[in-house]
Write a protein that binds this ligand. Structure first.
Ligand SMILES: Cc1cc2nc3c(=O)[nH]c(=O)nc-3n(C[C@H](O)[C@H](O)[C@H](O)COP(=O)(O)OP(=O)(O)OC[C@H]3O[C@@H](n4cnc5c(N)ncnc54)[C@H](O)[C@@H]3O)c2cc1C
Length: 379
C-alpha cells in the first residue's frame, strides 16, 4: 500500500489530504503539523476572530472527527526535521523516521520578526494575544502598512486603541498596488483616525515605544510588526531540492525531485499565464494549490494556472484583488471613491484587477486577465 506524507498541516496540506481521499486514493495519508491545533484558516485571525466577531470553532478547515473518519493519520505538534530524498524518508523531531512513496511539502511561511518586543500575527495564539492586548486599549504602533499591518490597524482602532502605522514606502501596499491605489487605503485609514507615518522607517523597537529613523520616539503600549513573511524552505533546501524565493516547482507542482511536490505559501511555481514562476502568499492559492498537488501526486495531468486572488476587509472597505501588478505601465479605474474597479495594464493588456465594494465581478476580471489580448483603455 502506498504512503503519501504531507509535511505542514495548514490549509494547503489539509485540502490536499481531502482531495487524495475524494479522488479515491486508498493508501496511507499522513498529515504532519508542527502546531498543536488541527488545520485552520488564517484570514479570520486578522479580521473577525481578532475583532471577537467570529467563533473559534469556525476557523478550522475540518471538524475534529473528520480526520479519523477519512483515515487520515493527523500528527499534530510534530516537526519534520529532515528529508532523505534517495531513501524516501522523513525524520521527525521525536527521533523517528517515516517512509513515503510521495511527499508533499506545505510548510507555509513564518512572519519576519524585528528585534525587541513586537507582536507578530500568524497563528491562533498570536491572534488571541493581540486581541487581549487591543482590549486593554492604549497606544498601538504598527510597523508595516501591508495587508497584515493594515488589517491589524483596523482591528485595533475598532477596539478603541490609538493607532499609528509606520511605513517606509510613500503609500500603504506600495509594492503590491503601486502608489495610485495605495492612496485609497491611506485615505480610508486616515478617515478612521489612524495616524499614518509614511516614508519613515522604524529604527528600533524599545521597551515603551518605537524610535523612528528620523529620531522621533512614538510611545506605545503594544507594538505589532507586520513586516512580511518568509517561506519555510529550510527543510527543502537542506534536502537538496531546488529553492529560489520558495520551493521551485513546475506547473504540476512537482519539485526538482519527481516524488516530491510543494504547494501553498512555500511553493514558487511556474505559472503558464505569466510565463514565469510566482510565489503566492494568499488563501486561495493554498485552497486550490493543495488539491492540485494531490491530483498531481495521483498521476493526473495537472496544469495549475489559477489567477492569483486575494481579499481583504478594513473598516468600510471590502475588496478582492486578482492577478499580479508587476511590470504595469498604466492604471485605469472605473467608479466612485469607495465603489470602483481598478485595472492594471501592461502594454494594453490587463494583468491585474481590484474590485472595491463592488461584488460578483471577479470572474469577469479574471477572464479579462486570461484573455491576454490588448484592450483600449476606454473599453
Ligand atoms: C493573519 C493572516 C491573515 C491573512 N489574511 C488573508 C486574507 O485576507 N486573504 C488571503 O488571500 N490570504 C490571507 N492570508 C494568507 C493565507 O492565510 C496564507 O496564504 C495561507 O495560510 C497559506 O496556507 P499554507 O497551508 O500554504 O501555509 P500555512 O497556513 O502557513 O501552514 C503551514 C503549516 O506548516 C507547519 N510547518 C512548517 N514547517 C513544518 C515542519 N518542518 N514540520 C511540520 N509542520 C511544519 C506550520 O506550523 C503551519 O502550521 C493571511 C495570513 C495571515 C497570517
Amino acid at each position: 500500500m502506498a504512503t503519501f506524507v504531507i509535511v505542514g498541516a495548514g490549509l494547503a496540506g489539509a485540502k490536499a489530504a481531502q482531495t487524495l481521499r475524494e479522488e479515491g486514493f486508498d493508501g496511507e495519508v499522513v498529515l504532519i503539523g508542527a502546531e498543536e491545533e488541527r488545520p485552520y484558516e488564517r484570514p479570520p485571525l486578522s479580521k473577525g476572530y481578532l475583532q471577537g466577531r467570529s467563533e473559534r470553532e469556525k476557523i478550522f478547515v475540518h471538524p475534529p472527527y473528520w480526520y479519523a473518519d477519512q483515515e487520515i493519520d493527523l500528527r499534530l505538534g510534530v516537526t519534520v526535521t529532515g528529508i532523505a530524498l534517495d531513501a524516501h524518508e522523513v525524520a521527525l523531531d521525536d527521533g523517528s523516521r517515516m517512509s513515503y512513496d510521495k511527499l508533499l511539502i506545505t510548510t507555509g511561511a513564518s512572519p519576519r520578526t524585528l528585534p525587541g518586543q513586537a507582536y507578530t500575527l500568524r497563528t491562533v495564539a498570536d491572534s488571541e494575544a493581540l486581541k487581549a492586548g487591543f482590549a486593554a486599549g492604549g497606544r498601538v504602533v504598527i510597523i508595516g502598512a501591508g495587508w497584515i499591518g493594515l488589517e491589524s490597524a483596523a482591528a485595533a482602532r475598532e477596539a478603541g486603541c490609538e493607532v499609528t502605522v509606520v511605513e517606509p514606502a510613500p503609500t500603504p501596499l506600495h509594492r503590491v498596488l503601486g502608489p495610485e491605489l495605495g492612496e485609497v487605503f491611506a485615505n480610508v485609514h486616515r478617515r478612521h483616525g489612524v495616524d499614518l507615518r509614511l516614508g519613515v522607517s522604524a529604527a528600533e523597537v524599545e521597551a515603551d515605544g518605537v524610535r523612528l529613523g528620523t529620531g522621533e520616539r512614538l510611545p506605545a503600549d503594544l507594538v505589532v510588526a507586520g513586516v512580511g513573511a518568509a517561506p519555510n524552505v529550510n527543510l527543502a533546501r537542506e534536502a537538496g531540492l531546488e529553492v529560489g524565493d520558495g520551493i521551485l516547482t513546475d506547473a504540476a507542482l512537482r519539485t526538482s525531485h519527481p516524488d516530491v511536490y510543494a504547494a501553498g505559501d512555500v511553493a514558487e511555481s511556474y505559472h503558464p499565464l505569466y510565463g514565469r514562476r510566482l510565489r503566492v502568499e494568499h488563501w486561495a492559492n493554498a485552497l486550490n494549490g493543495g488539491p492540485a498537488a494531490a491530483r498531481s501526486m495521483l498521476g493526473q495531468e495537472v496544469v495549475y494556472d489559477r489567477v492569483p486572488y486575494f481579499y481583504t476587509d478594513q473598516f468600510d472597505l471590502g475588496m478582492e484583488f486578482s492577478g499580479d501588478t508587476r511590470g504595469y505601465d498604466q492604471v485605469v479605474t472605473r467608479g466612485e471613491e469607495l465603489e470602483f474597479i481598478a485595472y492594471w495594464l501592461r502594454e494594453g493588456r490587463v494583468i491585474a484587477g481590484m474590485n472595491v465594494n463592488v461584488w460578483d465581478v471577479v470572474d469577469d476580471i479574471q477572464r479579462l486577465i486570461r484573455s491576454g489580448g490588448p484592450l483600449p483603455p476606454q473599453d
